[in-house]
Design a protein around this ligand. Structure first.
Ligand SMILES: NC(=O)c1ccc[n+]([C@@H]2O[C@H](COP(=O)([O-])OP(=O)(O)OC[C@H]3O[C@@H](n4cnc5c(N)ncnc54)[C@H](OP(=O)(O)O)[C@@H]3O)[C@@H](O)[C@H]2O)c1
Length: 310
């Protein structure tokens, strides 16, 4: 049988628990296509899975292949596939683990065509961050022009997209980031950038209709004080919000789901220059364990992507 490279988690723990293995190539099942992976996006979920932080939410049988989003070329199609063909350039989030491998069997429904002018690295940076930002922004209900939105973690993968989506929807956007990232976040459309290393967001933001919490922990617990009486906090970072929401307040835990139609629309906007997508760094497959650890210890401005061709 044909074997391929896969980055696998052997046991819960530190970076040393991840290794490159040789595994059998997958065979696409009904409704799936086989994707030759050219690039994959790195996410905080990689090290959270590695450390075992989410083992209750995602029970896994180890060893397992890490990675949740990819871009590449359709190499073969399984039974019942109607939309995609061999040779199509595709991108998507899997809705499960397994993207860090040379060949991956992916549900056709989770894949979008990559616009012609986007490369695989640019495409692999989009599926999780952009769609999660869109979905979390609209998760609590329709966003209306003039509403006050506070985005905690605005310089990150999700935050960069959420600032742009909220601005385009006509919201008044408050955004927290390091002072060094102020100009970047302002350039995305934030009306008020709050440098969290120099000032307290509580001194600059109040009466907020929607807080998007992309940071969690203490940042989330402090955010209740700036919320309007009928406001809501949506967190992608702290599942505990579901049990810790103060009485009488509204707090929602959000989990993104693949949405190939939304992803395609976002990618078209990126290709046309209507949306900015920032790739912070491109790494080699062999550098993945270190890059996943850097995501934990020194997050970068934008997305880090692994390019399988370098
Ligand atoms: N539930 C879901 O479906 C889902 C989906 C995707 C991601 N997530 C989670 O959502 C979170 C955000 O993901 P991401 O990919 O955007 O992560 P990311 O790219 O690492 O961005 C997080 C950003 O938070 C900023 N930050 C750190 N401390 C801060 C503070 N005290 N105040 C304000 N900003 C601060 C950092 O910006 P500076 O550089 O300016 O410090 C960093 O860029 C992560 O916890 C991730 O695991 C959840």
């Amino acid at each position: 049988m044909n074997t391929i490279r896969a980055l696998q988690l052997a046991a819960y723990g530190g970076p040393e628990t991840i290794r490159t293995s040789s595994v059998d190539a997958p065979v696409p099942e009904a409704g799936q296509v086989l994707v030759r992976v050219h690039a994959a996006g790195i996410n905080g979920l990689d090290w959270k899975v590695r450390e075992g932080y989410v083992r209750d939410v995602f029970p896994l049988q180890l060893p397992t292949t890490l990675g949740i989003e990819l871009a590449g070329v359709v190499e073969a199609v399984g039974p019942g596939v109607t939309r995609l063909r061999q040779g199509d350039r595709v991108m998507g989030s899997l809705g499960r683990l397994g993207a860090y491998a040379d060949l991956v069997a992916v549900d056709e429904a989770n894949l979008s065509l990559v616009p012609q002018s986007l490369g695989f690295v640019e495409a692999a940076a989009l599926p999780v961050a952009s769609v999660a930002a869109w979905q979390s922004l609209h998760f609590a209900g329709p966003l209306r022009a003039g509403q006050r939105v506070l985005i905690q973690g605005a310089a990150g993968g999700l935050g960069g997209f959420a600032v742009q989506f909220a601005h385009q929807a006509g919201a008044e956007v408050f955004a927290t980031a390091l002072e060094d990232h102020r100009n970047y976040v302002r350039g995305l459309g934030a009306d008020h950038v709050i440098a969290y290393d120099q000032e307290q967001f509580e001194d600059r933001a109040s009466d907020i209709d929607l807080v998007l919490d992309y940071v969690g922990g203490e940042v989330l617990s402090r955010s209740w004080s700036v919320l309007a009486d009928d406001g809501v906090i949506v967190s992608t970072a702290s599942p505990a919000i579901a049990s810790n929401t103060p009485t009488g307040r509204r707090g929602l835990w959000f989990v993104n789901t693949p949405d190939a139609t939304r992803l395609h629309a976002i990618a078209e906007d990126v290709a046309a220059g209507r949306l900015q997508s920032k790739v912070a760094a491109v790494v080699r497959f062999d550098d993945l364990p270190a890059a996943i650890e850097r995501n934990r210890t020194q997050p970068q401005l934008g997305k880090v992507v692994v390019d399988f061709s370098i």
